[in-house]
Design a protein around this ligand. Structure first.
Ligand code: BES
Ligand code: ZN
Length: 460
């Protein structure tokens, strides 16, 4: 591994420059306005993999193109599927960026750009580690199958279809994803649990058009009043979701897991300071880490209705609405929650208002087994790459494709996050630590080695 580590040190600057190239492509998947950049980013990733001599395709799907590439089989060694995404979230609000979102800029050891950590920078670490093996040793110690998609941020539809159709070609022993965080600066982690999601939009329509709130208020139901009452009914003041049956299937936290969370060096005051908040709240009876990682939650993601401009306008709006979501934990079923939510909300819709409840994303939460030889290999590689053994954590974010890999390919995923939770993912001034970028590449190179030593049965 010495020659390999040397190669990684020598190539640092070029790796950073290449990441910058990818970050300059505004591959926003949210609204279909960036189809050209989406394809361009897919092509950029495909060219990288093709350049390593891997059999590479840019596959058109029902959604955005998916990059697929594979290296040669290695007898007796595991087949490892690397998943990542080249699409990014929209950069708005633009005015809050210190440097423009698609002009990657180095500042204080970080690279600032939309997608720096989520997920272009993290994804690229695995391509660069493969490059290092191929350019120094001349081959990889495991067979790698890269599956890099372009619509993770909007639900992964195309790639999910593709996994169903191509299950045989994608057959593997384990999946590796770097699209999450470390526990903190200097403390790498392996994530063994993610939350699921049930996402909705609620639209309320009242009178034909906006009305004078003096002339008509008190007689005509105000959709914005109705909306706030309906939303307020979803959670009580000790943080418990009020949809009937919501907690029925929740797997409770075990005493062991609670102790393990409590043993992590988490400082609540530092956490509050970093976020600029003076207090924390959530479901009563649980610690902050328990709420963030292992308890289901409810959040309004957007809300609108009525006058938003300067000054006051006495208006009774004709329409109001909100986007909101529940983060789920094992074994909650998003379909069951959808049905229960509809049954709960319909009777609460006030007279004179029409409601439309739109189902958006749904995914189950997951917990992956900690006792596999693959986990062990990942822990070893992290210790080599970061100089410190990982802690085992759960996360509140969702990567719904992890369920798809489990259901359609029958394999578990190693969630090896190189990011930090203050990387500003989905928000202005997204960043990725350049030191963590290089540590991630080094860890990945060591991971292929450690995984290569695990014996697996030959595939038919
Ligand atoms: N990388 C995140 C998921 C994530 C965030 C994992 C933090 C662990 C910690 C991913 O790109 C993402 O944002 N996923 C969405 C999924 C949704 C659109 C279905 C999310 O969690 O909101
Ligand atoms: Zn994301």
């Amino acid at each position: 591994m010495a020659e390999l580590d040397r190669y990684l040190v020598e190539q640092r600057e070029r790796f950073e420059d290449e990441l910058c190239e990818l970050l300059r492509i505004a591959s926003v998947s949210t609204d279909g306005q960036h189809a050209a950049e989406i394809r361009q980013a897919g092509e950029w990733v495909a060219a990288q993999l093709r350049g390593l001599g891997l059999a590479t395709e840019l596959i058109d799907t029902s959604g955005n193109p998916v990059v697929y590439a594979q290296s040669a089989p290695v007898a007796g060694a595991p087949v490892v599927l690397v998943y990542g995404h080249y699409d990014v979230q929209p950069p708005d609000p633009l005015g809050e960026w210190i440097s423009p979102p698609f002009e990657p800029t180095r500042r204080n050891g970080n690279l600032y750009a939309r997608g720096a950590t989520d997920d272009k920078g993290q994804m690229l670490t695995h391509i660069k580690s493969a490059e290092a093996w191929i350019r120094t040793v001349g081959r990889l110690p495991v067979q790698l199958k890269f599956l890099i998609e372009g619509e993770e941020e909007v639900g992964s539809r195309g790639v999910t279809d593709l996994i169903g159709q191509e299950a045989e070609r994608l057959a593997c022993d384990v999946v590796v994803i770097s699209d999450s965080c470390q526990f903190g600066p200097g403390q790498p982690a392996i994530t063994y649990g993610l939350k699921g999601l049930a996402y909705f939009e609620l639209r309320l329509t009242g009178p034909r058009q906006d009305l004078h709130s003096g002339t008509f208020g008190g007689a005509v139901t105000n959709p914005a009043n109705g909306l706030t009452r309906m939303l307020a009914s979803l959670i009580n003041d000790v943080g418990r979701v009020q949809v009937p049956g919501f907690y029925d299937d929740v797997v409770p936290l075990s005493d062991r897991e609670r102790q393990q969370f409590a043993s992590l060096p988490f400082d609540e005051s530092v956490f509050m300071q970093r976020l600029g908040v003076q207090g924390l709240a959530g479901e009563q009876g649980y610690t902050t880490l328990e709420r963030r990682w292992a308890r289901p939650t409810f959040d309004i993601n957007g809300i609108w209705g009525g006058y938003q401009g300067a000054g006051s306008k006495t208006v009774l709006p004709a329409r109001a609405g909100a986007k909101f979501s529940f983060r789920l934990v094992p074994d909650q079923d998003p379909d069951k929650i959808r049905r229960a939510l509809r049954e709960h909300l319909e009777p609460l819709c006030p007279p004179g208002i029409q409601m439309e409840l739109i189902d958006m994303h749904g995914a189950r939460g997951i917990v992956v087994p900690l006792d596999s030889p693959f986990m062990q290999a990942a822990a070893t590689a992290i210790e080599q790459g970061f100089g410190r053994p990982p802690v085992f954590i759960r996360e509140g974010g969702s990567i719904p494709i992890v369920n798809v890999f489990h259901e359609l390919l029958g394999v578990d995923t190693l969630l090896l996050g190189w990011g930090q939770d203050d990387d500003n993912t989905h928000s202005p001034n997204e960043k990725f630590s350049l030191a963590d970028f290089h540590r991630g590449i080094r860890t990945s190179a060591h991971l292929w080695h450690a995984l290569g030593k695990i014996e697996v049965e030959q595939r038919a």
